[in-house]
Design a protein around this ligand. Structure first.
Ligand code: GAR
Length: 196
């Protein structure tokens, strides 16, 4: 059976990358194989996670010229069929999206269309949710298009906000209860659709 070759783009801790690695080990992610990790800065924990899991890893600094060209080159070199943005904090250009022929999916730590788009990333998303006073938040996996966080939704999971939550506490709960659950599920679903 054919399996989709998956590249994972990361910027930091890589806990979502770890959730993908663990799902692959458990056999829950089986229609795709994690084939490349691209980190947009050196020295991040996600790079260590890739090495520990024996997955090829490239570090391509996002602030340096030619970032997107270098990423596209790496995706071609590793014959990548689909891309997962797992805690990747940059925004890919419309040009990049048009040039990569396969699906690109992203995990966002809110229930889109709330608290998303340019400027909403990491802890800022959770702080905005707390400031607004929402009682339910969550995570969303969606296709990436030219609108930041604007592509069609694949999976969502809701998480309750608790009295006294800080952005850090809420971030951790959203990761544990939603992100690490739905990202591997969505990666499997999308891999199945492209290898049909
Ligand atoms: C995760 O909460 C992810 O949803 C978020 O950054 C964190 C990265 O954690 N992504 C965004 O905010 C994208 N807009 P990780 O590196 O441990 O997976």
């Amino acid at each position: 059976m054919l399996t989709a070759r998956i590249a994972v783009l990361v910027s930091g801790g890589g806990t979502n990358l770890q959730a993908l690695i663990d799902a692959q080990r458990r056999g829950e992610l089986h229609s795709g194989v994690l084939s490349l990790v691209i980190a947009d800065k050196p020295g991040v924990r996600a790079v260590t996670r890739a090495h520990e899991a024996d997955i090829a890893c490239a570090v391509i600094p996002r602030r340096e010229p030619g970032f997107e060209e270098k990423v596209l080159e790496a995706l071609g070199h590793y014959r990548i069929d689909m891309v997962v943005l797992a805690g990747f904090l940059g925004i890919l250009s419309a040009d990049f999206i048009a040039q990569f022929p396969g699906p690109i999916i992203n995990i966002h730590p809110s229930l889109i269309p709330a608290f998303c788009g340019k400027g909403f990333y990491g802890l800022k998303v959770h702080q905005a949710a707390l400031d607004y006073g929402v009682k339910v938040t969550g995570a969303t996996v969606h296709y990436v298009n030219e609108v930041p966080d604007g592509g069609k939704i694949i999976l969502q999971k809701a998480v309750e906000v608790q009295p006294g939550d800080t952005a850090e506490v809420l971030q951790r709960r959203v990761m544990e209860q939603a992100e690490w659950v739905i990202l591997p599920q969505a990666a499997e679903l999308v891999a199945q659709t492209i290898m049909k």
